[in-house]
Design a protein around this ligand. Structure first.
Ligand SMILES: [Zn+2]
Length: 162
């Protein structure tokens, strides 16, 4: 299936956090991707007559991206400098191939569902205190990705609220 970029931005941030590994119970570093207010998302019209005319919407708030199936080469190269454990892999439970964190100690997959969809997951903080432990590092470079997961205006992230 061809890659179809559905998120783009002039800049982005790499989020650094820690996740308790379900495999070895140690706390391993994980990274995530967050887009600032003003990033653009693709609206695909299911109507065949207008499907060719892709419409980009500018978002008023920031967003986390996850279940990322495609990253532009520049972004991949940048991320490689920050983690040796973030790579394309097959999540059997989700039945999906996406850019995934792996435990730096035992190599176990750190599935995006656990990081982004489970309360107290590394990127779903349930308090300002928990959110404060997530470090955001801005990258002043263009961003393009195809992502199935999109968390708009995440709680407790002042920098990405409108
Ligand atoms: Zn582990």
């Amino acid at each position: 299936m061809p890659n179809h970029v559905n998120n783009r931005s002039q800049t982005y941030s790499i989020a650094h956090a820690v996740q308790r590994c379900a495999g070895c119970a140690r706390r391993t570093a994980v990274i995530g991707l967050i887009l600032p207010p003003g990033h653009e998302t693709l609206e695909i019209d299911s109507d065949a007559q207008t499907a060719a005319a892709d419409v980009w919407d500018a978002a008023e708030a920031g967003a986390f991206l996850f279940f990322i199936e495609y990253l532009s080469e520049a972004v991949r190269n940048r991320l490689r400098q920050h983690s040796q454990h973030y790579r394309l892999d097959h999540d059997e439970r989700a039945g999906q191939i996406y850019w995934m964190n792996h435990c730096s100690f035992c190599g176990a997959q750190q599935e995006d569902f656990e990081l982004y969809c489970e309360p107290e997951g590394a990127f779903l903080p349930i308090s300002e205190h928990a959110a404060a432990s997530i470090r955001l590092q801005e990258v002043s470079e263009p961003f393009e990705a195809q992502a199935a997961g999109y968390a708009y205006a995440p709680d407790f992230f002042d920098g990405v609220q409108r």
